[in-house]
Design a binder for this molecule. Sequence first.
Ligand code: HEC
Length: 154
Amino acid sequence: MKPRAVLVAAALPALFMAAAPQAQAQEYDAPRARQDWVLNCMGCHTADGSGIPGKVPALRNSLGHFVSLPQGRQFVMRVPGAANSALNDAELANVLNWLLATMNEQSRPASFKPYTAEEIAAHRRPALTDVARTRMKLVKELQENGVDAVPEHY
Ligand code: HEC
């Protein structure tokens, strides 16, 4: 083998490994998610998901922690802004998976399984009427698990 051929052969496995995370990223359609986000969520949650202090919670980082709890996984789709949005089940799943992959990649558990349209259809309704109380319970549960990264008040 010429040295160059050896180099290419050595680089091949690295190429495949680099491709693997991209295969995982197919769990959402980014252009569609971005568009649905802009039209349905961003107006309140702000462009980068930081929220508005005292009014609208941030969707950065905290969602990854919420989905680590079974009830938290449902909480995320059952808040009125998500549950009652104009998005259909597949679109809502897509936006949530995109949010979790792009704004919550540090906090979401390695075992996270993407939302599916079926899961959203089964649990999004009824929308929560006691968001604050449900959220506080989840934040306490996270704190008991040693996670204090989700603010009690936003
Ligand atoms: C009209 C403004 C508004 C829109 C539009 C909106 N939200 Fe919200 N969202 C809120 C407010 C306010 C809260 C705090 C809980 C509550 O009062 O409902 C919230 C809470 C949340 C939470 C819980 C976060 C936490 O830390 O408690 C999630 C998740 C969420 N929204 C997702 C979305 C998604 C996804 C969309 C778009 C499909 C969306 N929201 C659209 C205002 C909005």
